[in-house]
Design a protein around this ligand. Structure first.
Ligand code: ADP
Ligand code: MG
Length: 694
């Protein structure tokens, strides 16, 4: 897939220029310096550029062309694309700017270009991008300054300028690339297409992406799950999603913020998210050169105590285990290390340690079956030979299938050592914290590679009930549903309580008697979102008198709190005693689709903020992960002699909710708060719901 894009036999540069300093010239020069295939400059005003014959149009080129790079003013691009289509060119890299990024006019032009390309079956990178580079075919179809060193990293970037910074970093550290793609406006090919293509690319070992948005969340999830089983995908994602643009009135919406969906989605498909550019680079270096460890037990070899402690702290911070060395390992260390050394993890070889002693200590520790990976710390003390130790680190790295992360700490004294590491394709982590972070992500990837994704279950459900509720609400001009949403839950097997709506205190008493005491009373008003905030909920009403007085109080309190609200009735419900309150919710994310939330619920949910998010559809395993993901999950498992809650039933409810919101894209938000969860075997009950529809 995309073979001819990265490995073309011939490339045309539409807008090739004679003038130094012009993009059309830079692209041509980049191709001339390296690319072995045919190059055709296209420029109606020149006969020849740089000794290459120029053509007026691609149509005049006598031979076949695999790839065309377009660097002409935006308004001329549609015509050029048409000519490329007629010529049978399969791939275009449109560098020209002046499209969607400039406003509606540009967006229209971009639409036109897409249309033409689709008609001819031409695939496009860009427009408004820096271009693409492949270091194997040496095709540099970009206006980046240089070709990066050859390596095994393939990168997608949604910012061309950031791309140039990444290429520059690559040159400095010698972490090499196979493919570089600047996405631009993503009119056609997007990050998902490249991930998919590189999944099977022999030369790519790790995929990196700098993204500002995702083109198709659900497809991203599907494809990324396949890709991350084969190779690591590391993403830096910046910017807020447009989720923030829609006013959210639900608990789920307000707790989700702008980034929860990204975090959840990336975790669900095994994409590793780096928080900063430093982390991004550290993972690029780590995954490109280091093997993936079989576990998270880390050994540290150091020539000083302080860095060893820093590394220990950092390992703990990232949830790595400090390996406990086997007695034989310790005995062996004792045979050569000086008596004052530390033979336990971290192994301190002392300040005067030679490269040879490092070699011995590293080899001994790596031979221990209880060690999954090694961090080697070096500080520049009087006797230290950083370059010599670096050679040893590189050599040992080759002999083991465990990662060996170098942490050479210092400045000028370390330069020789760091350069030696880099020459051997090893990235240095000059802070133990960085090394620990990289190790943690390498170890995490081990788990991702071995993941088995379960299919979501499907339950019997009555879709027609839900459709009828939505249709009725829409006909009445209602977009926020309270009580009306309860039948929707029932239709999908989420149990709710019986209720009666009444208009007078007498009716309230009659209803309470039929339903059975104790009862709960709630205000019903289209203008009231959170009923308890305005005195609109009374619980534990034990008899007729309590009902009458609660009724009168509620009318007064609600009227005082919301002076002109329409009160359409009062709801009487049996009192659900016992159990624990949780919240199940959904907020539809514009990029990822339905984002489900689970947490400890009730009226304090926004204060506690102890919630978990996942993108639907959800498997039972995902649902269980949500429940165990909250900090207070122990409260559900039963503390202080309590019986455990019905977690299997909660899992099922989350799966049912997932099915409901996947079946009905018209549901924008849904809060079921609270759901009462009873002891194991006793099930769950939804006490309140709020649903927003399109
Ligand atoms: P709102 O969220 O609009 O304030 P709820 O219907 O969720 O209104 O009620 C608020 C709180 O009252 C719930 O979190 C729950 O603690 C309690 N509650 C509501 N209905 C019942 C019920 N039927 N049985 C027991 N407690 C209830
Ligand atoms: Mg509620």
């Amino acid at each position: 897939m995309l073979e001819k894009l990265f490995y073309p036999a011939s490339v045309a540069v539409i807008g090739a220029s004679k003038e130094p300093g012009k993009v059309g010239r830079a692209v041509l020069d980049n191709l001339i310096h390296g690319f072995g295939g045919k190059i055709y400059p296209i420029n109606p005003k020149a006969a020849e550029i740089e000794g290459l014959r120029c053509y007026k149009s691609v149509r005049d080129v006598p031979d076949a062309i695999d790839l065309a790079v377009i660097v002409i003013p935006a308004k001329l691009v549609p015509q050029a694309v048409r000519e490329c289509g007629e010529k049978g060119i399969q791939y275009l890299v449109i560098i020209s700017a002046g499209f969607k990024e400039t406003g509606p006019q540009g967006a229209k032009l971009e639409g036109e270009v897409k249309e033409i390309a689709r008609a001819y079956g031409v695939r496009i990178v860009g427009p408004n991008c820096l271009g693409i580079i492949n270091t194997v075919s040496r095709c540099n179809a970009s206006f980046a300054k240089k070709m990066p060193p050859r390596g095994n990293v393939s990168i997608i970037t949604q910012s061309g300028a950031l791309g140039t910074a990444i290429l520059d970093w690559s040159e400095m550290t010698d972490v090499g690339f196979v493919n570089f793609v600047s996405l631009g406006n993503k009119a056609d090919l997007n990050e998902i297409d490249f991930m998919e293509a590189w999944r099977t690319d022999r030369d790519t070992r790790v995929i990196l992406a700098y993204l500002e948005g995702i083109s198709d969340g659900q497809r991203f999830l599907r494809v990324a799950r396949e890709v991350t089983k084969e190779k690591p995908v590391v993403v830096v994602k910046s910017g807020r999603t447009s989720a923030g643009a829609r006013a959210v009135s639900s608990h789920t919406g307000s707790l989700a913020g702008s980034d929860a969906a990204y975090d959840a989605a990336f975790a669900q498909c095994g994409v590793l998210r780096a928080g900063t550019m430093d982390e991004f680079f550290d993972l690029a270096g780590g995954f490109s050169a280091q093997p993936v460890p079989a576990g998270d037990r880390v050994a540290i070899v150091t020539n000083a105590g302080g860095p060893g402690i820093l590394a220990t702290d950092a390992c703990e911070k990232y949830g790595l285990k400090l390996a406990s060395l086997a007695p034989e390992t310790i005995d062996r260390l004792k045979t050569k290390l000086p008596p004052a050394a530390s033979f336990y993890n971290p192994v301190d070889v002392l300040g005067d340690a030679s490269a040879g002693l490092y070699e011995f200590a590293m080899g001994t520790v790596l031979a221990d079956d209880g060690v999954d990976g090694l961090i080697v710390l070096v500080t520049p003390q009087a006797m230290t030979d950083p370059a010599g130790i670096a050679e040893i680190v590189a050599a040992i790295r080759e002999t083991t299938d465990k990662p060996v992360l170098p942490g050479f700490m210092g400045g000028t004294a370390m330069q020789q050592g760091v350069k030696t590491l880099e020459r051997n394709k090893l990235l240095n982590y000059d802070d133990p914290e960085r090394a620990a972070y990289a190790m943690r992500m390498l170890a995490r990837y081990h788990g991702i590679r071995g993941r088995v994704y379960e299919r979501p279950r499907r339950f019997e459900a009555d879709r027609s009930v839900v459709q009828a509720v939505i249709d009725t609400a829409r006909a009445a001009g209602i977009s926020v549903l309270g009580l009306e949403a309860l039948p929707v839950l029932e239709a999908y097997g989420i149990p709710t309580l019986k209720y009666r709506i009444v208009d007078t205190a007498d009716e309230a008493v009659a209803a309470a008697r039929t339903l059975g005491y104790p009862v709960v009373m709630k205000i019903v008003s289209p203008e009231i979102v959170h009923k308890s905030d305005v005195g609109g909920v009374r619980v534990g009403l034990a008899d007729d008198r309590a009902v009458v007085s609660a009724y009168n109080r509620m009318m007064k309190d609600v009227r005082a709190a919301v002076p002109h609200c329409r009160i359409t009735g009062v709801l009487i419900q049996p009192m659900a005693v016992g159990g624990k309150e949780v919240i199940l919710g959904m907020n539809r994310d514009p990029q990822w689709g339905p984002l489900l939330m689970f947490g400890l619920g009730g009226i304090y949910v926004e204060v506690l903020k102890d919630v978990q998010f996942r993108v639907a559809p959800l498997s039972g395993k995902d649902a269980l992960g949500m429940i165990y993901g909250i900090k207070t999950h122990q409260l559900l498992e039963g503390v202080r002699g309590e019986k455990p809650a019905d977690i299997p039933k909660l899992v099922e409810l989350l799966e049912r909710l997932s099915q409901l919101v996947t079946d009905f894209p018209d549901i924008l938000e849904l809060d079921i708060n609270p759901v009462k969860v009873y002891e194991k075997g006793q099930g769950c009950l939804a006490l309140d719901a709020r649903m927003t529809i399109t």
